[in-house]
Design a protein around this ligand. Sequence first.
Ligand code: VAH
Length: 311
Amino acid sequence: RIIITGALGQIGTELTLKLREKYGEENVLPTDIKAPEDENLKGRPFEILDVREMDRMKELVSEFKPDTIMHMAALLSATAEKNPQFAWEINMGGLMNALETARDFNLKFFTPSSIGAFGPSTPKENTPQVTIQRPTTMYGVNKVAGELLCDYYFEKFGVDTRGVRFPGLVSHVKEPGGGTTDYAVEIYFEALRSGRYTSFIGKSTNMDMMYMDDAIDAIIKLMEADPGQLTDRNAFNVSAMSINPEMVANEIRKHIPDFELDYEVDPVRQGIAESWPNAIDSTEAKRQWGFNPQYDLEKMTEVMLEAIRNK
Ligand code: VAH
C-alpha cells in the first residue's frame, strides 16, 4: 500500500494512475495541497496534505497503513529561484517530514533527485553517478541535500530510501510547472495549437530528457528491486536522451512540416540549464536494477503529438 505526496504534480499525476492500475485503487492514497479537478482522480481515495504539516502526514499514515511513501511534492528549479526561502521550506521541510514519517512507521521511501543536483563544475558529458556536485540553484542545493539526507536515513536509521536523478520529463497528462526543461513539453502543445513555438532555452543547449512512461517505469523497477543488489540508493542517474530545441523541432517537422521554432532566451532559465550537464551516464541504474528506457526522441515525438491531438 502506497501513500503519495504531490500527487497532482507532473510526475505525481501519472504515478498515481499507474500505481492504481498496478496495485489496485484501494492500495494507493494520493495526497496533495488541494483537491483534484481531474476526472481521473475525482471520487477516488484522495486526501489533502500540506507536506509542511508532519502531524497531519503521520495521521494519514496511521489511518491508511501504507508500507511505502512516495514523496513527490516539491517546487521545481525556476520556481525555486523566484522564491528560494519558500523552496527550502517546501523542498527540505517536506522531505524531512516524509523521512521522519517513514522512520516512525517503517515505510519504504522514494523521492526523486534531479540532474539539477549537478553544477557548473560537474563534468558535462557522460556525467558519472559519483562526481562533483556544487549546484548553483536553490533547487540544486535542495536536491544534493536531499540525496545526502536520504542516504543518512538509510545508514543511520535503516529506512529503505531509494531515489533517482530525473532528467527533464516530457508528458502530456499533466504539464509541468516552473521547470527549466518545460520547453520540451510546451513545444509539442504549441506545435499543434499554433504551428510555432518560441523557446526560452537557447538552440544549442543540450539537456537530458525522458518520456514520462519511462520515468514511472523506472520508479516501479527501482522500488521492486532486491535491496541486496543495490550498491547505490538515492541518486541513480537516469536518462533516455540528450536533446536541444533544434533537435525536437526537426523531429516535429516529420509530422508537421511547416512547424516554426524561434527563440527568446530567458536568462534565468538559460543560466540554470547551462549549469547542468549535457548528458549523464545511466550505467549504474541499468546495471543495478535494470533501468531500460523505451522512448527515444523519435518515438516520444510520435506519442506526444498523437496524445495531444486526442485530448
Ligand atoms: C526542472 N523538470 O526543470 C525539472 C527537473 C531536470 C529538470 O528537475 O526543474
